[in-house]
Ligand binder design. Structure first.
Ligand code: ZN
Length: 409
């Protein structure tokens, strides 16, 4: 299960960046009766390909283990929904998408994005391997195929006459083990003048903001524009344009088209230059990142233990993968953190992987005597603070864990 060569270019020279040791699967929330059983753990080590510069983890956990009980629903975050709605409105207008077009999303989750195309009268097709999640999408009228995307499915769809005017791939490229099969699938499915719109957490933000809690087994790759350019070019697709966006702690949105029609914007050249200037193709920025992560972990632990020592009750918010990683990497357990709030009813009543902290509904926060709350879901901090305004008004204080633990006032 360990990668010996780069997932993108098959290069064999993988430079080590950081190891988080053996970690449980970040999204395997335990039922209380599973607490006494041993949990599966897998190595979590970050490396960089010296050939194509793709930053990736070495271990590939088989998707049937990773996604067998998938509980993440995009629609539980209003931030994600607003993001999807405004992007769709913009693309429908800019690209004059009509009822004769087709919008496809790979990893379409519960139809959170495609529902807005449907509302605008543009036909949609979702591709979502998690059966329970695909079922929810169908329930809201978003036609969804429950399979893994790749060349095989793309060929079948193409054979059936399906061609996409727009293909969305949001927060999925990071999760794909067979990267080349995936991008080759885009090429097969994309109409001649169609566009691929893809968003992934951006390596530049990851390094600068010390987002080490986004390192988990599902998250195989951490993209720079440099690495994406190599990957897409290998399959006849050119990244025409790019935008840096704030979502998920800083992401990169790219627009790619067939090489025979694509025209590269100055923004693409400027970001490639910036990546070269920042040394993304050298060891230094990664060594600085690794040292920063060690410091960040100790500041979180010191702050939480200091508060506990002073008699405060500390809880956390956001039973997402990054929460699992942060708690496990810092070694914070139920003695430090009383409970973790999360809106997703499928997670409530379960335990955080590895550290076994109980997950409860967000309404429990105001009902509890907790006076500090670690914001594990820092990417939707504003949304959570709005929701929990009465708790803050009562004197409750949120703590943002990275890049340095900080109590919000
Ligand atoms: Zn490579």
């Amino acid at each position: 299960m360990s990668a010996v060569v780069c997932r993108s270019c098959a290069g064999a020279e993988l430079a080590p960046i950081l190891s988080l040791g053996e970690q449980p699967l970040a999204n395997s929330y335990l039922r209380p009766e599973q607490a006494a059983q041993p949990e599966e753990r897998f190595p979590l080590a970050l490396v960089r390909c010296r050939n194509c510069q793709l930053v990736q983890i070495t271990c590939t956990v088989p998707p049937e283990i990773l996604f067998r009980d998938y509980l993440y629903l995009s629609s539980y975050s209003t931030t994600m929904l607003q993001h999807a709605e405004s992007l769709v409105a913009r693309l429908v207008a800019e690209r004059t998408l009509s009822p004769r077009c087709l919008a496809v999303e790979v990893a379409s989750n519960d139809g959170y994005l495609l529902q807005y195309y449907k509302r605008a009268g543009v036909p949609v097709l979702g591709i979502e391997p998690a059966r329970n999640v695909a079922e929810i999408a169908r329930g809201r009228g978003v036609d969804t195929i429950s399979e893994f995307f790749g060349t095989e499915l793309a060929e079948r769809l193409r054979h059936d006459g399906v061609r996409a005017d727009i293909i969305h791939a949001h927060n999925v490229l990071a999760h794909v083990a067979d990267l080349n099969g995936f991008i080759a699938g885009f090429r097969l499915l994309l109409a001649d003048d169609g566009v691929v719109v893809s968003e992934s957490p951006y390596l530049g933000d990851f390094l600068r903001k010390l987002e080490f809690d986004t390192i988990y087994h599902e998250h195989l790759c951490y993209y720079s524009l440099t690495a994406l350019t190599h990957l897409f070019a290998r399959h006849g697709l050119v990244i025409e344009d790019c935008e840096r966006i704030a979502i998920h702690g800083g992401s990169l949105r790219i627009f790619a088209r067939h090489d025979r029609v694509a025209q590269t914007s100055p923004r693409v050249r400027a970001l490639l230059d910036e990546e070269r200037r920042l040394g993304f193709d050298r060891d230094e920025p990664y060594a600085q990142f690794a040292a920063g992560v060690e410091r960040a972990k100790s500041t979180v632990v010191e702050l939480v233990r200091k508060l506990r020592g002073e008699g405060h009750k500390v809880c956390a918010y956001g039973a997402a993968a990054k929460g699992t990683v942060l708690l496990n990497a810092c070694g914070l357990g139920p003695d430090d953190i009383a409970f973790v709030c999360d809106k997703n009813p499928l997670k409530q009543g379960r335990l955080m992987p590895g550290v076994h902290i109980p997950i409860v509904a967000p309404t429990e926060l105001l009902a509890s005597d907790a006076d500090h709350c670690l914001l594990l879901a820092w990417n939707i901090a504003a949304e959570i603070r709005r929701e929990q305004a009465p708790w803050e008004a009562r004197g409750g204080r949120f703590i943002v864990p990275i890049p340095t633990a900080q109590v919000l006032t």
